[in-house]
Design a protein around this ligand. Sequence first.
Ligand code: FAD
Length: 450
Amino acid sequence: MGDGAIGIFPPGPFFLQWTAMNPHADKPLHVCVLGAGIVGLATAWQLHQQGHRVTVLDRARAGSGASAANGAQLSYAYVQPLADPGIWRQLPRLLLADDSPLKLRLRPDLHQWVWGLQFLAACRTPVSLRTTASLLALAAESRAGFERLMNEERIQCDFSTTGKLVLYPDATSFSSARRQMQLQQALGGSPQHALSPIESVAVEPALASYAGRFAGAVHTPGECAADCHKVCLELQRLLQARGVRFAFDTPVTQLRRSGGRVVAAETPQGAIEADAFVVALGTASHPLARSLGLRVPVYPLKGYSLTVDASDAPGATPRVSVTDAARKVVFARIGQRLRVAGMAELVGEDMSIPADRVASLVATARALFPEASRYEELRPWAGLRPATPTGLPVAGRLRGGPSNLLFNTGHGALGFTLAFGSAQRIAAQLAPPRKVAIRPFPAAPAACSA
Ligand SMILES: Cc1cc2nc3c(=O)[nH]c(=O)nc-3n(C[C@H](O)[C@H](O)[C@H](O)COP(=O)(O)OP(=O)(O)OC[C@H]3O[C@@H](n4cnc5c(N)ncnc54)[C@H](O)[C@@H]3O)c2cc1C
C-alpha cells in the first residue's frame, strides 16, 4: 500500500467482519450510504442488489458534485495514474507556463502539503506499475458491473462505444505512451494500437485539420462514453422504484459513535441510524474522516468542463473520444452534445470558474475541432476530483476506524470509470457469510487502497 495511513479490512476471516457489522447474521443490513454522486449511487445499487435495506443521503441532489459534468469517458483501458515518473520531466513547465493545465496554489494547510509530498513519492516506476495493474483490474470489474446494469435495466444515459484516441504532441511523449501501452497489454488490458496522424484521421475524420499538430496517437477501440449525471439520475430512479430511501438537502454533520461502531449519521433534519455506513462524499470524505480522528488521503483536484451543442455535419464533431495529452483536455460526444473537460488544480475547495480557464478550453476545442460547434452556449462547470496521491481509490474500512464504517472514495480522474468496480468491492465486504464459500474475499493487496 502506497499510503501508510490506510488499511483494508478485513485482515482476517470474512465471517468476523460480517458478525462485527451484523450481530443478527440471518437478516439483511440497513446500510446508510453518505453521498449521492456516482460512487455513492453505484454502491447503493450494489448493496440493494445484494438484498440490503439502503438509505442514501446527500447535502444536495443526486449527481450534483464531481459527477455532474465530468469528461464523460469510461476509460477502462486507459488508466495511467497522474502519479507517473514522467511528471518530474514535465513539472517545471507544468508549474511555470501561463497556459499550463496544472495549477498549484500553496495554502497553509498541512493536508495539502502531506498530500503533495505523498503524490511526489508516488511518482516512481514501481508505484506507477502497481497502481496501473490495480486500476486495470478494478476497471475490468467496473465495466462488467456497469454493462450488467445497462443490459438489465436499459438505462438512458447517452452511452456509446466510442473508442478513444489519445494524441501525443512529440516523439518523446509518443514513445513513452507506446511503452505504457505495451505494459497495459502485458497486464491483460484491452487491445490498443499506436497510430500515425494520418491513421488517426482515418479513425476520426473530425481531426483532419489537426493532423499536422501531433506526432501520433494511441487508439483503444473498446472505450466508451456516457453522461455520468444521467447515470446518477437513472440509478436514483431505479433505486427509488425499489423502495430505497433518499434524504436530499440533508448534510451529514458528524457520525455518532458508540462502542467502536458508528450508530448514526447526524444531520440538521435528525439522526439516521443504520447497521453500517459507507462514506462516499467525494472530497468531503476527508473532513468527515478527520472528525473521527482518521485520515483519508483525498485532496480536491479541480477541473473544468464545457458542454456545447454538437454539429451534425459529416466529419465535424468527433464520434471517437479524444484526449489531447499535451493540453490534458478530453473530448467526448454525449448524444447531441460535445463535452470538453480538463485541467488539474490544487487550489483547495475553490469552486470559481475563471474566464481564462474557460477561454483556454474553448481555444483547445476550436484548435482540434473547429467545425464541431459554434461554441456560443458553453455551459461552463467546475468540479473537484477526489484524488489520492497514488490514484487508487480507498474502498473499505480504515485501519483503527469503527468496525461498521467503510469508505468508498478517492477515485480521482476515473470515478465514473471505476464506480461500479469499487461499489462491488464494498458490497463484497458487506455480503452475508454464506457468500464466503462461493467467493472468498480477495487478499489485501488486491483490494484497492491508496
Ligand atoms: C473536469 C473533470 C473531468 C472528469 N472526467 C472524468 C472522466 O472522463 N471519466 C471518469 O471516469 N471520471 C472523470 N472525472 C472524475 C469523476 O467525475 C469523479 O471521480 C467522480 O465524479 C467522483 O464521484 P463521487 O461520487 O466520489 O463524488 P461526487 O460526485 O462529488 O459526490 C459526492 C457527493 O457527496 C455529497 N456531499 C458532500 N459533502 C456532504 C455532506 N457533508 N453531507 C451530505 N452529502 C455531502 C455531495 O453533494 C455529492 O453529491 C472527472 C472529474 C472532473 C472534475
